[in-house]
Each structure stands twice: as C-alpha cells, then as structure tokens.
Design a protein around this ligand. Sequence first.
Ligand code: WTA
Length: 631
Amino acid sequence: MANESEVLSQSNLEFEAPASIAEHAHINAVNYEKLYQESIANPEEFWSKIATEEIHWFKKWDKVLEWNYPQYKWFSGGLLNITYNCLDRHVENGKANTTAYIYTNEEGKEERISYLELLEKVNRFANALKGMGVVKGDRVTIYMPLTIEQIVAILACARIGAIHSVVYAGFSAAALRLRIEDAQSKVVVCSAYTKRRGKILPLKSVVDEAVDGLVYVEKIIIHQREQKFELVEKEVDYYDFIYHQSTHLEAEPMEAETPLYILYTSGTTGKPKGVLHTVGGYNVYTHYTTKIAFDLKPDDIFWCTADTGWVTGHSYIVYGPLSNGLTSVIFEGAPDFPDPGIWWSLIEKYRVTKFYTAPTAVRLFMKMGEKWPNQYDLSSLKILGSVGEPINPEAWLWYYKYIGREKCAIIDTWWQTETGGHMVLSLPACKQKPGKAGRPFFGIELDVVNKQGESLGPNTVGLLVIKKPWPSALRTCYGEPERFEKYWNEMPGFYFAGDLATKDEDGFIMILGRADDVLNVSGHRIGTAEVESALVSSNSVAEAAVIGKPHEVKGQSIKAFIILRQGVMSSENLIQTIKHHVRNELGAIGVPDEIEIVNSLPKTRSGKIMRRVLKAKELGTDIGDVSTLED
Ligand code: WTA
C-alpha cells in the first residue's frame, strides 16, 4: 500500500455513471439517497420488505432483528431453505433450462449445467449424504478447485443443513488438517487434482496426509476426474457416491438462524478463525447485494473470477448469483495461461456482461500490457467490479479504459469474510471516485472513528466501524465465542472492522488497508502471526517477525525477519528450506518473499515484537514513538 499522504493526494478524480446504466438502473443516484436514509432510519422495516419481496419463506419470521448485544438474530422463527431459493424456485418459475453455470478450464473444456440439472445433482448428493448418516449441524469439509462438482457438494450440504467448510485448495495438508480438526468434520469431499498452467497439482495426496489418524472423519468422497485411485477404507468415488441416488429431495424448511457454513479466515493470532454464517440473513443479504451492486438484468452473464475457497466465491459465485437465477461463468485456471489473453477471450466468447475481479489481477494485466485485452471484443461488458483490497487510481483507470472501454461502470466493493456481503460500494448508477470504495450499502450505518470511538471529520484517517448488525454479519467464530465478541468489544458499541479508512465530504469511504497485523497479499488475507508461527515451527528458527511491504502487483509482499536457533548456520539453502517448511505448514500464499536473518528483534519491555519498527526501518519511514522499546 502507498503511504497515506500519497493515497490521499490521488483521490480527487470523479466520474459520472455511464448514462446507459443510470437510465435503467434498479438504484440511481436519487433513489440511493432516499432509500439509504430510509434504510438507516428503520433497518428492520427495510430488511423486512426486501426479505419478503426477494426471498421465498415457508413461514414468515416472528421478529426481523433481535439484538442482545453483542449477539443478534435475523428473521428468527422464519423458515426457509437457501437451496430452494437458489434452485427449486427458478425451476418452478420457468427457468429449468436456464444455464446456472458455464464451466471452462485452461484446456478449453466446457460444461454447462442448467438449473434443473443442478437441482437434480444437488439432490442426489444430498440424498447420499443423508444415506450415510449426515444430519443437520454435521460439518463437511470441501477441498476442491472451482468445478461444478464442488458447487454441487456445497449446495448439497446446505440442502440438508450440514455445515460446509470449504478450504481453499491451495492450502497445505497441515492447514487443511487444522481446519478439519477444528470443525471435527464427519466428511471430507475432495478432488484428485487441479490443473494450473498446464501442471497437475495433486489434492488427494494432501487430503491423505491431512486426515491421517482422524477417526471422526467417516468418509472421504473423491472426485477422481481423469485419475483412478485404488480406493481404501473410508474412500468413495464422487460419482459412485451419488450414482444410485434419487434426483428428488424435498427442500426442508429451516429456521433462519440455522448455520450454513464455516469459513476460516486469518486474524491476528496464529490460529485462523472459523467465521460462521446462518441461512436467513445471509440469503437475503447476498441476494440483494448481488442484484443491486451488479444491477442485474434478465440476460446477464456474470463472471466472478474469485475462487470458491474464499468468501467472494461463497457469496458471489454460489449463493448470490444462484438466488437471483443468474447464469455464471466459472473458470478453473490461472489468469495468464495459456496466455494473458485468456480472460478476455472468455468474456468475448460468453458475452459476459458483469465482471468481478481483484485489483491484484488488474495490476497483473496492466503490467502485461493492453495489447492482450485489445485483441478481443469486450463490448458485452457493462459493469466491472473490484474486491479484496484497495484499487489504486492507476489500476482503476486502466480497468476503466482498457477493459471497460470507457463505457462501463466500475464498482469497488469493500467487505470481509465476516460481513458476508458488500458493506461499502460504488453503485453502478452513482458517481464514481477512483481509489475510493464508495458509500455504505442500505441498512449499513458506519463511521470512521479514533481509538476512543469518536467520529472523525472529513478526510481524516481513522478506524472503520459499523454501528449496528446487518443480516449477513457473522454469528460467531466456530467454537470460539470470545473471538466473536472481540469484534464488538474492541470498540465498545461498534463492530470493529480492523481497517483504516477516511470519509470525504460526500460520504465516500476510502480504505487504506488493515489497522492490525493482518496482511493482504494478492487479495488474500493472511495473519503475520500465522506466518510467524509457521516459521518458528521449523527446527532452525528461534524467533520470527513478519511485515507486509508494498508490492506493485500483489498489493503487499511478505517479509520475514528471523533469528536462527543456536548452532544453525545461515546459507541460501537454509532460506530455501525454511520457505519450503512454511509452504508445508500454510500453503504457497503464506511463503515470505524475503527472509532476512537478524541477531535481534525490536520488542517492547513486555516482550511484544514491534513489527511497526521493523516496517518503518525497512521502508525508510518515520519510526514513530519508540518509548516502549526495550532495546
Ligand atoms: C480488504 C474479502 C479495500 C480489507 C471480501 C478487508 C478491501 C479484508 C476491499 C477482508 C476493498 C476487501 N477495498 N480493501 N474493496 N475488499 N478489502 O475477509 O482489508 O478475505 O478487511 O474478504 O480485505 O478480506 P476477506
């Protein structure tokens, strides 16, 4: 991330929304103001109306919001099934043959699945899960690349109330094991492998290592693809598992606060937290944000380039798009293989209208040059979304010019695993300010405050807080309620997002990055403490401190300072061994770009490492107050 004054000085650009979008948008600049005020004045009435209009309920709720600080419930007493909203209702409403997903990969393979076919496949999987004794509340870990089979497994869990825990298929065996153990999963669903840049990346062998000795894992369901393993003990082939099952299964009505999924995300301690979302509020909120942010129209072709291993995939590949009956493109592969034109060729081929990606990808394409997108017809595009990290004005402008061809709306969307859906965004029919995430979504009352929780004036850097619960807010951290409470206790009365921000005279929020020890590398969240504990678990590292450094493409890169254990000699080979160790502990996303061996680390008198000092020294900026420094 650029330094604060640099960022602030770049932020005066403004663009009017494209007239073609503004004219027919669900929400335009005028009704945004009005509806926003109404939604804040009476959020319960607002959400009650949306939930009634947009979502099917078997039984209406008793109360829209129950708030016993810090706990909250939305739509309690209401009965729904999120998969009914995502599948059955479209099938019943004349969309049985509408394509839900167009899957494609780097070899150009293509598979289409309609809403009816998806429903039937989900039912078969759900029936098979039921048949083996999986019941509501049981946990199922899913370790698969972005495929139709993965989405079927996700929805099958949701259909019967099993809690899915999707683990990004780039995490290592140790990281996967930690997540399976934490959730005590009864079932693990995996793929044999994924392919990236022409190379096979085995996944089944990672699972073998991760589940070794875990007696409570009763079954491992393997999507074998082109490989055929000799299956042992608990293992079963994905298609054998569902083969004899009925394509019919009534959608069971579930209470709105029934858990839907756990998704592990990084915090400030070494152990990731299992953010838990529940069905009712999450369905309402992801449905409505998808519809409004992307200004959905009947013929839209949507493509969110995220991976289903992260929250963006959960909310804006699976639940939000399906609940709206959208057709989505999903692509299993890297953005630059077979060549850096692959994404643009897919947009041309499938006539994608709404596209959603991360700034790190935009910067990667910027670096490779506009000659790649220029080869393709991108005229179908209307709205271009951004998520995961601040989009710097240069990247915004490039995206606007070379992908949007100066006729698309760019929507930045700020949110978190914990928030379930968009919190701050630039709506496509409203004014856009490159580099600023935009304004709060309906019902979201937020502020930028100082450490005492006092509201700050315009353009002053402070902490971003949200003042009231919203429907898709996390309900707890699985098995660790105290970590959930921390979100609401850090800054009493508010939800503490952990991000630094400013708010301008028009109420536009600019996000400046994390206020805590969480890094954002290529839009992926990773805790400094997670990397540090992976480092010190190597037998050559005594102590470690990790910082994020600004990086042209990735946003941030990871730099580690380590103190070697006594008797360990430094060498280039040693650094490679340590990197390899971190890869085994965490997966590729946690591996430091740089490791520097030092003799001591700056610490406070109470022994806390002052990463801030290391960072200032590394970047040549002001070290600030070091009165608590021990040495
Ligand atoms: C950052 C990803 C600036 C932020 C959806 C947040 C952003 C963290 C943006 C959550 C954005 C996400 N502008 N920063 N548009 N979107 N972030 O949980 O620091 O993986 O707290 O959720 O990413 O990351 P997470």
